[in-house]
Design a protein around this ligand. Structure first.
Ligand code: ADP
Ligand code: MG
Length: 351
């Protein structure tokens, strides 16, 4: 090694590094119980990144049951006692959660809090509760016992011991909020990834479709069974200057959080009808739509409903598509999905 060349090599390495940074300007932070990563293309802007990540933290502080002083915990602590006036953001999410609870016939239910605690799903020591324990808390799981007042923006859980859990919808809301911040800026395209809740904004430079890997539910994160191509927005684009379409791809699957006891795998998508992890032949449900909050709720709802009912619900909604991955490695999808299978152990079935 000629030491005189060292400074020159350093400069070259620095330039290469700079070029690499320019191409891949992603930032990632831990929030909302997961890794949130944002990629602002071309015009990666420090101020916008800061604004987005502080918005994520703000949403977390309102909606996380794992943050002691969160608003959601305030509402839960007042269950059976009094209504609690809440911040507009959390009110919006609770209101929408109740809408999807009704739409899904209760398969999606934001009052699963006591069940989530009983199973210890979000903690380090999950366990299988006894049938008696489940029976005891089931009366507390019922979205109809949530009273909201749109005028005072207050939320009342009617029974003592009830608890809201927004884990199945809050990440989607956060992705939409990040998209709103980006839309108010000059940034033309971006990718937001909140623990696998993906949102793409704008069009790629060469107008080629966005491609998004669909997680293999049997493998660790980042191993894909195929590629989803987003050729055109499923929502009708509003015309007008500066319009950038948004598409979101959200998956609920058994692989996210689970534990094994006596040879049985228990996952975190709970059926409010019997208090156990939803048992059907599904491994994952992916929703493709324009609103991430809705897609997040729908991926959980469709999973818990199971294939037949879940598919019927998705097909009843305009601009909403789905991919269902089954335990027997078959995959079914709705009409509008452009999906290219890459893992030959799986098969795409039409029916
Ligand atoms: P993830 O958070 O892993 O991306 P989901 O969006 O499907 O997956 O949310 C799952 C979380 O939602 C669970 O960890 C739990 O907190 C909550 N949850 C579980 N079952 C239900 C249900 N039936 N309805 C609403 N929320 C649920
Ligand atoms: Mg969800």
């Amino acid at each position: 090694m000629d030491y005189r060349k060292r400074p020159l090599l350093c400069v070259i390495a620095f330039v290469i590094l700079l070029a690499a940074c320019k191409q891949d300007p992603s930032r990632a932070e831990f929030a909302l119980g997961t890794v949130c990563s944002v990629t602002l293309f071309n015009e990666g802007n420090d101020r916008i990144y800061k604004e987005i990540f502080s918005r994520f933290r703000e949403i977390d502080n309102l909606m996380s049951v794992n943050i002691a002083a969160s608003e959601i915990n305030r509402v839960n602590a007042a269950a059976g006692t009094s209504p609690v006036q809440v911040h507009g953001d959390i009110f919006t999410v609770i209101d929408r959660a109740l809408y999807f609870a009704e739409l899904s016939g209760g398969a999606f239910d934001p009052t699963v809090g006591p069940l989530v605690s009983l199973w210890g799903i979000s903690g380090d020591n999950p366990r299988v509760p006894s049938p008696a324990e489940i029976d005891e808390i089931m009366p507390l799981v019922n979205w109809r016992d949530v009273e909201i007042d749109r005028v005072t923006r207050s939320v009342f859980l009617k029974r003592r011991g009830m608890a809201l859990d927004l884990g199945a919808i809050a990440k989607g809301f956060a992705a939409d909020e990040a998209a709103a911040i980006i839309r108010d800026s000059k940034i033309k395209r971006a990718i937001i990834d909140i623990g696998g809740n993906i949102l793409v904004l704008g069009e790629k430079k060469n107008k080629s479709p966005w491609t998004i890997g669909i997680q293999n539910p049997n493998e660790s994160r980042g191993v894909y069974i195929g590629i989803l191509r987003i050729t055109e927005p499923t929502a009708k684009p509003r015309s007008g200057e500066g319009y950038r379409p948004v598409q979101t791809v959200v998956t609920s699957g058994v692989y996210e959080r689970h534990f094994e006891a006596d040879g049985i795998v228990y996952h975190h998508l709970l059926s409010p009808s019997d208090g156990y992890p939803a048992r059907n032949s599904l491994l994952s449900v992916t929703i493709i739509a324009a609103c991430s909050m809705d897609a997040d709720a729908l991926s959980t709802a469709a999973f818990v409903m199971g294939y037949e009912k879940g598919r019927a619900l998705i097909e009843s909604l305009e601009g909403t598509e789905a991919i269902f991955v089954f335990e027997d490695k078959s995959i079914r999808k709705t009409e509008g999905v452009d999906f290219v299978l890459s893992d030959e152990k799986y098969r795409l079935v039409r029916d």
